[in-house]
Design a protein around this ligand. Sequence first.
Ligand code: NAG
Ligand code: NAG
Ligand code: NAG
Ligand code: NAG
Ligand code: NAG
Length: 380
Amino acid sequence: MPLMFRSLLFGFVTLLVVLLIIGDVAEVEKEAANIEHSKKMNSHRLKPHRKAEVQLDPTAVTGMIKHVAPHRPCCSNSSKHSSNRWTFNKTLSSFIRKNILRFLDPERDISILKGMLKPGDIIHYLFDRHSTTNISENLYRLLPTASPMKNQHHRKCAIVGNSGILLNSSCGPEIDSHDFVIRCNLAPVEEYSQDVGWRTNLVTMNPSVVQRAFQDLVTEEWKERFLQRLRNLSGSVLWIPAFMAKRGEDRVEWVLRLILLHTVDVRMAFPSLRLLHAVRGYWLTNNVHIKRPTTGLLMYTMATRFCEEIHLYGFWPFPLDPKGKTVKYHYYDTLKYEYTSSSSPHTMPLEFRTLSSLHRQGALRLHTGTCDLEQKDLQN
Ligand SMILES: *[C@@H]1O[C@H](CO)[C@@H](O)[C@H](O)[C@H]1NC(C)=O
Ligand SMILES: *[C@@H]1O[C@H](CO)[C@@H](O)[C@H](O)[C@H]1NC(C)=O
Ligand SMILES: *[C@@H]1O[C@H](CO)[C@@H](O)[C@H](O)[C@H]1NC(C)=O
Ligand SMILES: *[C@@H]1O[C@H](CO)[C@@H](O)[C@H](O)[C@H]1NC(C)=O
Ligand SMILES: CC(=O)N[C@H]1CO[C@H](CO)[C@@H](O)[C@@H]1O
């Protein structure tokens, strides 16, 4: 009898959590439609979070992500982040790893495998549920047969975001000294290696990059440039979120064709269809109300599975640095971005505050300063 009672109670709690998450998704969609608000907002100040009333007990799942001060404008004081008093908290880090494993298994969810699909299978896009795509022969051929991260464990990993905060940071050598380096969106490294390093073990690529950075491969020259970038990855994992948003399917197909035609040495990964929801579920359950996780946060969440100590570089979703100097959105192009716009699919400042909080607790290390300076500080 007590056993049955406990099962009932567990079922009830699970249902409650699911309902709260669903409620939150509905709210996000409402919010996404509400563009008016963004215009009134000062780029530094976040509006108070309207969803504050959805209060899950933050101790319910992990109890570890302490108070992510949701209202305070962040980071005028962020020189703290480059403080050298940071020490790694292994206990906390393994606790977070275990809790994330309740929501997803990054080893499995990092990619769909060959056994799971066959050519011609129809997939609904995650963000455009009414649009579908077919699994092409090429995609099927490039699906891995086993997880590209199977049995991988690394002591120190770097996740490199693409913020212009990296420019003139001299962080390249430090980044390259990690055992495993994750980069985002096929960002160029060669011209910037002094600041961003060049070592790459896993790199993500949204299909839109093919258009933004490689002119949709319209000429032989662009094709060659793109190929060169891929060849330089020599054996790394290329992670393509192919089933998130529609209209990427042609670009994905061109890329796959090139890879097959030129037998480029990369290991492909296509995230599972449940990855994004699972990652979002983990953060929501910890009372971090992100709309759609950024690639950076996805990578951090997954890396907890493979990495002992995680270091983040190039994460800085603000137009000014701590000294008030302009920071480019990307270190390598001229793209502009309104970080706090409510029409944006991401909630970058909130993600950043969350990561800052984890930094202060020693669960991860967020590097936002210059690297040679950090060494100088050490000597003092
Ligand atoms: C940083 O924080 C301290 C108190 O914590 C405050 O006195 C100081 O004015 C802040 N500096 C800036 C640049 O905001
Ligand atoms: C590490 O984190 C845990 C959980 O937050 C905390 O109880 C512990 O005191 C921390 N250890 C150190 C050395 O800070
Ligand atoms: C997808 O498959 C269906 C049925 O197999 C086919 O009718 C359709 O043309 C395919 N679409 C694409 C884009 O290949
Ligand atoms: C980097 O340093 C160079 C040389 O000192 C300077 O011209 C440039 O403006 C700096 N760039 C940034 C983004 O700080
Ligand atoms: C970082 C890296 O491996 N860069 C190489 C990319 O490919 C070109 C051409 O083969 C090389 O010159 C670079 O060194």
